[in-house]
Design a protein around this ligand. Sequence first.
Ligand code: GLU
Ligand code: MG
Length: 458
Amino acid sequence: MAAASHGLDRDRLAELGAVAAARLGQAGVELVALSFVDNSGVSRVKAVPVGRLAQAAAWGVGASNSFDFFLSTDTIASGTHSLGPVGDLRLHPDLDALTVLAAQPGWAWAPVLRYDQDGHPHPQDSRALAATAAARLADRGLSVRMAFELEWVVTDADEVPLPGPAYGYPRLSAHNDYLRAVVSALDSQQMDVEQIHPEYAAGQFELSIAPADPVRAADLAVLTRETVRAVTDAYGMRASFTPKFEPGGVGNGGHVHLSLWDGDRNLCAGGTGPFELTDTAASFGAGILGRLPALLAVGAPSVVSYLRLEPHHWAGVFTAWGLENRETPLRLIRGAAGQRDTAANLEVKSFDLTANPYLATAALLFAGEAGIAADAQLPDPVDVDPGTLSPAEATAAGVTRLPISLTEAITAFETDDVLPSAFGPQLATTLMDIRRAEVAELGSLEPAELCRVMRWRH
Ligand code: GLU
Ligand code: MG
């Protein structure tokens, strides 16, 4: 049995699963949701009674290979590596990440790792890829702390966004109980909320969670969203995480904050580079900035993403970086003097919440690491809205527009010298196969129709 299980120590997993199940049972848990995020950024889930958790940990729960080809509309696309309806993968809960869900009484949640029936890791497992990317940096003696920032639009049951001015206190006071319930649920799941506030767009809110190691940060992005969704539903409202709720409005971002560490030293502060970045952090940032066109195929991976990515909407649509510049896709946040050694970080603004957070994490870390390997240099920072530069000024500053469509981002990804090989041929090819399928399915829809179709998918 062990010979056919490869890296999986099934006996040990069964033991750990039994211990976890006993603990969950005492906490009143009856069911465990086992979820993964597919290549289109949708969380897919199966659930087991708590009494089956040990079995699931050791042997996994079956799931079709076809999930790799799901579009966010639930169309199952075909692609080079598609097996159609044939084949089975096993979903193994990561017991270390088990969480009792506060907003779904009687439930717990665990992210899964996907293996084949012989115990080989599935080459399209995005959570494993994020761990691989973090391990590569660890080989250089570096670590990353990350956080995903969530924006979402709350509507009433009729899908009309809540009223109230941008960042306005009335939206907070009218829904103070709801916001408290969101924070309280996250808090009881040991998730450290840093801030919550009404955002610019109609009905929009934003929430920041404290940074964590890369895989945990992506887990937290999944769990935060599902918690917000469950609490919103319980209040008789709906939460939309789509990049663009309606044409013309301000979008929902899924900004990613990253700081690079050498032991307990934050390399985004205290250096001799621009704004006291260290050379290593500057190269890490340059690796990301230089690959942003390709990164968009992972971090802004849907057709609707490109309705959000327009100038003057704080979404970051030009190849530029800057200090506290909310119009550059790479924004250096230093924090207040006195706390920069912990607070300084780089924010990637162009990403949205149709991205699989594990793939987004992996892509950013691979890109940053490639920047370090190449000793990449950041260009001069931009301290105006890059969308206001004249063509001559933009050329002089090396500022160009990022992809304006998913098709452009696909081309950039496919011709990138780092990302396809770091993702591995099966995953890289499948991702682009399904992106093309999404363009074929949704690319000709009018913006209003596209927004309507995508509003509740993620
Ligand atoms: N809602 C904006 C976006 O689409 C971001 C606003 C902000 O900077 O927080 O990314
Ligand atoms: Mg915001």
